[in-house]
Design a protein around this ligand. Structure first.
Ligand code: FE
Length: 233
């Protein structure tokens, strides 16, 4: 398997490129609009064909490149069943997505947003903002729900094997990967805390609204297409 972790410094977003060595088919998970050229160049340099873009949820802090990448490559856009209507494929818990010999299993992990899904591929899981390194996504907008997120983390993600590697969509402190075992033991919001304590923590955060939210959420419901763009006509 071909695997690359890419980073957008402005939004602290990780994008993942996964390719099947046999068929050269590849997917990008959570690509960022401003990084589309970079990502396509890497796909080309590795002799891959982009067949799918997987969004873990409708993001509020950056605009997805999914629609632009679909225009440029003809790839399919995949998202959760409650997510962006513009996606070609809407997946739900238990679905499998085959890309060459890669088989992604879809896990519904709502709570950060109501459409959040995680994608499990063998020994690694791509959790979006449901589970971050020593943290988790906020739950105060886009139909977020702290109790639901606690259930997604502790009942769905923590039921994976301890050694499963966790690749989040963001980190703000330079950490790149964690594991289920690490998060069970060291995630300060979950380890040793009850569901009620988790809900209380989430309700006490009072975070500022993401700067790009008013642009990003409607754009991402349209696969990243903002109001008429001179670049794309
Ligand atoms: Fe998010």
């Amino acid at each position: 398997m071909i695997f690359r972790q890419l980073f957008d410094a402005e939004s602290s977003t990780y994008t993942y490129l996964l390719g099947d060595e046999a068929t050269r088919q590849a997917v990008l998970i959570d690509p960022v609009l401003e990084q589309a050229d970079r990502d396509l160049q890497l796909v080309s340099e590795l002799d891959l064909t982009l067949t799918h873009v997987l969004d873990t949820h409708v993001h509020a802090d950056h605009v997805t490149a999914s629609g632009l990448l679909r225009e440029r490559t003809g790839c399919k856009v995949v998202g959760g069943v409650d997510g962006a209507a513009c996606a070609n494929v809407h997946v739900r818990h238990g679905d499998e997505l085959r890309v060459g010999q890669l088989v992604f299993q879809v896990l519904a992990t709502p709570g950060h947003t109501d459409d959040s899904v995680s994608y499990l591929l063998g020994d690694r899981v791509f959790t979006g903002d449901a589970l971050l390194v020593r943290g988790n996504g906020r739950t105060d907008f886009q139909n977020g729900n702290a109790g639901q997120l606690h259930d997604s983390i502790t009942r769905v993600l923590f039921s994976l094997p301890d050694e499963t590697l966790v690749y989040p969509t963001h980190d703000y402190q330079g950490r790149t990967v964690t594991s289920i075992s690490e998060e069970k033991r060291h995630n300060p919001r979950v380890a040793g805390k009850s569901r009620e304590e988790f809900i209380h923590i989430m309700e006490s955060l009072h975070l500022p609204k993401p700067q790009k939210m008013d642009i990003a959420v409607p754009a991402n419901r349209a696969c990243g297409h903002t109001a008429p763009s001179p670049q794309r006509g």
